[in-house]
Design a protein around this ligand. Structure first.
Ligand code: ADP
Ligand code: MG
Length: 288
């Protein structure tokens, strides 16, 4: 049977916007020593804005933006949403087919029979396309058409208001290590980690690499220690399922992520992780 105090703990959590799916997870939160975060949508707002447009060759800014908008017309990724918002015009659907979203890379699509690519450096490298390395720090979306480089867009995301204090609060609670896993470029990941005081960062990861990294981190901790993974669930449902306690952002997060998670943060605030641990500690004192 479940000690009554746990119901109190789960209730206290829910009043704080934290949905805990079982008393075992509340109990596990007591022993958390390592907290692993996804970046986009978890520590950052996941609300990207196109900050600059860099066409190459004879292309105009408008041509580059239009091609990017066509490629990103059907993606749910926050990057795609920012490109559609920046384009702010109708996106032609005629002559578009063979849509293929490559996780951790970007989009491949056929436009009037020509292959259009929109995504990161890895996507360009796979296709053997020479691209310009931008000077600014930011998420880059490179665009190519029919094997030819068309230019790139710089997209910026902002850290959440409470992200730095969330990391600080975890340290106060005796969390030994904070880690950030991201599919984004190394320079972007390191800049965010430095800004927030995150101890360790692993960048340029594919969704399957994130599971592998989590397993490596798992092997480095003591058997009694628990590790939690916090994600928004766009591409990281397998990691949520793999962690001792998988925590999903409930607002921005996908339904699949909310389903796979053990704990759901309804307000999308990373500082609620520390609140959940505090509630778990209080509950243990009452129960035992
Ligand atoms: P994160 O770990 O930051 O949440 P994702 O795994 O969702 O990242 O994506 C990793 C990287 O893959 C992005 O930073 C971006 O470079 C690229 N990418 C993913 N989806 C898209 C898309 N729809 N358009 C362009 N680039 C994309
Ligand atoms: Mg993400």
């Amino acid at each position: 049977s479940i000690p009554l105090g746990f119901f109190g703990g789960i209730g206290a959590a829910s009043r704080n916007g934290i949905l805990v799916k079982g008393s075992n997870y509340l109990e596990a939160l007591n022993d958390v020593k390592v907290v692993v975060f996804d970046k986009t949508g978890t520590l950052t707002k996941g609300v990207f804005k196109v900050t600059s447009v860099h066409p190459e060759g004879t292309r105009t800014e408008d041509e580059l933006m239009k091609l990017a908008a066509i490629a990103e017309a059907n993606s749910n990724h926050p990057i795609a949403e920012s490109i559609r918002a920046a384009w702010a015009k109708d996106i032609p659907a005629q002559g578009v087919d063979g849509y293929d979203e490559v996780a951790g890379h970007g989009i491949k699509v056929k436009v009037n029979g020509q292959e259009v690519l929109a995504g990161n450096a890895k996507l360009m490298e796979q296709a053997g396309i020479m691209y310009t390395k931008p000077q600014t720090v930011g998420t880059v979306v490179h665009v190519a058409e029919a094997g030819e480089y068309v230019g790139h867009l710089i997209i910026a995301d902002e850290v959440k208001e409470d992200a730095a204090s969330a990391i600080e609060a975890l340290k106060q609670l005796g969390i030994r290590k904070t880690v950030m896993l991201t599919g984004d470029a190394k320079a972007v990941g390191e800049a965010v980690a430095r800004q927030l005081g995150v101890d360790e960062v692993h960048a340029e990861l594919l969704p399957q690499d994130k599971v592998e990294r989590l397993e490596q981190l798992e092997q480095k901790k003591l058997p009694k220690e628990k590790m939690i993974f916090v994600g928004d669930g766009i591409n990281d449902t397998p990691v949520l399922a793999r962690a001792d306690v998988g925590v999903a952002m409930g607002g921005l997060g996908s339904d699949a992520a909310i389903e796979a998670a053990d704990v759901v943060i309804m307000t999308d605030e990373p500082s609620r992780i520390a609140s959940a641990i505090r509630i778990a500690k209080r509950t243990r004192r009452i129960v035992w």
